[in-house]
Design a protein around this ligand. Structure first.
Ligand code: GSY
Length: 158
């Protein structure tokens, strides 16, 4: 039976190389994107000392399941030349499956909704732009003072 289209959100972040270019290329290659939040420059959360991130959130209307979305996310990360070295360390591109309407997954390599999304202003602020119904508040201590709106993502540069 064909699966119905569901609303889903992915979080994107980059703090190495052509940060905006990595975000634009990922959004262009992801399936079923219906909306893209503004881009924010954000203070790194966790990990070693590292450069600031650009973050945004995309909304999909998709029949893809959580694992298919994880594979699409990992393909974007590979295309951006991501090398998995230090946990929480700097990266050309990070794409997280944040939330899928009506879907929960709890597996070693994939947890949906994303377990830390409600603690991270760099996710909550752009997510609220697209889905105010999902973000009741930005909690104090989530780093919102380090989240600065840059503007729209814009198209990939060919
Ligand atoms: O979890 C995504 C990668 N990441 C980020 C990020 O995207 N933005 C900010 N501000 N800090 C981060 N720390 C990690 S790890």
């Amino acid at each position: 039976m064909k699966r119905a289209h569901r609303r889903a959100f992915l979080g994107l972040g980059s703090n190495l190389g052509d940060r905006l270019g990595h975000l634009r290329a990922a959004v262009a290659s992801l399936p079923d994107v219906v909306a893209v939040s503004p881009v924010y420059e954000t203070t790194p959360v966790g990990g070693p000392e590292q450069g600031s991130y650009l973050n945004c959130v995309v909304e999909l209307h998709t029949s893809a399941g959580a694992r298919q979305l994880l594979h699409a996310a990992q393909a974007c990360e590979s295309a951006a030349g991501r090398v998995r070295e230090e946990r929480w360390g700097p990266r050309t591109l990070d794409v997280d499956v944040l939330w899928i309407d009506g879907s929960t997954v709890d597996e070693p390599d994939l947890v949906v909704p994303h377990p830390r999304m409600s603690e991270r202003a760099f996710v909550l602020v752009p997510l609220r732009d697209l889905a105010p119904d999902l973000v009741a508040e930005i909690p104090a201590g989530s780093g919102s003072e380090g989240v600065v709106r840059i503007g729209p993502l814009g198209p990939p540069v060919s």
